[in-house]
Design a protein around this ligand. Structure first.
Ligand SMILES: [Fe+2]
Ligand SMILES: [Fe+2]
Length: 210
């Protein structure tokens, strides 16, 4: 009811104020209805397929396992005075750790909690540099297969957000496989000759303290 004594402008202001309040209430109520929230209460724009989420957890583990494996390789070289190889694998170990973190960050961005698995004990003994680098190449190929699997699952569940997230990961994997194949090719060519291996070590000699 309009109170007596109010000016025309005061009445008009009250009317618009009430209208705005009604609008805010309505939009708050309608946005609360049907809003998906994750286990931590985070808002979810698109719910994630359960199998895809499980596969993302497994892939995050794979990156962490690769990081531990590359660390073990870096130490193996350090024990044998091959600092160039050692620094190369240390850098690989750190980048796998970063990849694992990026996957975990993405899972959180999608409103989910991150479940971390145990990191298995890395292999620490090799008979030759070639055997070690062969394993590295195989590890990169396995990671790429896992990413391809994630990609197909994301496509099947129409999860474009995940395919877009994975695009640069596929790109980086192609580069990593190429790099590892190059090193493996050179190591094979060296054929266990110490002076040839020292030349490769020199090429890979990135500052170990970085
Ligand atoms: Fe990786
Ligand atoms: Fe990698």
């Amino acid at each position: 009811m309009i109170q007596k004594g109010l000016t025309f402008y005061q009445t008009k202001n009250r009317f618009f104020h009430s209208l705005a309040w009604l609008f805010v209430m309505q939009s708050t109520t309608s946005s609360s209805i049907g809003l998906n929230r994750g286990p931590s209460g985070r808002a979810i724009a698109q719910p994630m397929d359960v199998d895809l989420l499980e596969a993302l957890y497994q892939h995050t583990s794979l990156e962490r396992v690769s990081s531990a494996q590359y660390l073990a390789m870096s130490l193996w070289f350090l024990e044998r005075e091959l600092r160039g190889f050692s620094s190369f694998f240390k850098k690989e170990s750190l980048s796998e750790q970063e990849h694992g973190f990026n996957f975990a960050k993405y899972i959180i961005a999608r409103g989910q909690n991150v479940i971390l698995d145990e990191v298995t004990k890395p292999k620490q003994q090799w008979q030759s540099v070639e055997e070690l680098v062969t394993l590295s190449f195989q590890m990169e190929a396995d990671v790429t297969s896992s990413v391809q699997q994630l990609y197909s699952m994301a496509e099947r569940s129409n999860d474009t957000r995940t395919t877009v997230f994975l695009d640069p990961v596929v790109d980086e994997q192609i580069r990593s496989e190429d790099e590892m194949a190059y090193i493996l090719g050179k190591v094979k060519f060296a054929n266990r000759d110490p002076s040839a291996l020292l030349l490769i070590d020199n090429e890979l000699n990135i500052d170990i303290n970085n």
